[in-house]
Design a protein around this ligand. Structure first.
Ligand SMILES: [Zn+2]
Length: 92
């Protein structure tokens, strides 16, 4: 039990380090690179858009499926309305 817990902590720590450097992503089989600085590593988040506010603004078409990738170098935020695939780091 105790050992499992430690392994889990270790794994979380590694994930944190990896997130700090960012990850590579593909959108529809094209690798994403920053439109501003050409960097290729991003931090992904999903935006919750299916809110009453969005409907009120007539932005229903944005509902459900938007993801954002923030460039780890310059901070430019890219919006995607389709699913993103994470590219495994080859150094892993
Ligand atoms: Zn950038």
């Amino acid at each position: 039990m105790r050992k499992q817990g430690e392994e889990k902590l270790e794994k979380l720590g590694l994930d944190k380090v990896k997130d700090k450097n960012g990850r590579k992503y593909k959108a529809n089989d094209f690798q994403v690179s920053c439109v501003h600085c050409k960097h290729d590593k991003f931090e992904q988040s999903s935006a919750l858009l299916n809110t009453r506010g969005m409907s009120y603004l007539g932005l229903d078409w944005l509902n459900n499926s938007a993801s954002t990738l923030m460039c780890k170098r310059c901070g430019f935020i890219h919006w995607f309305g389709i699913g993103l695939t994470e590219i495994e780091d080859e150094t892993k």
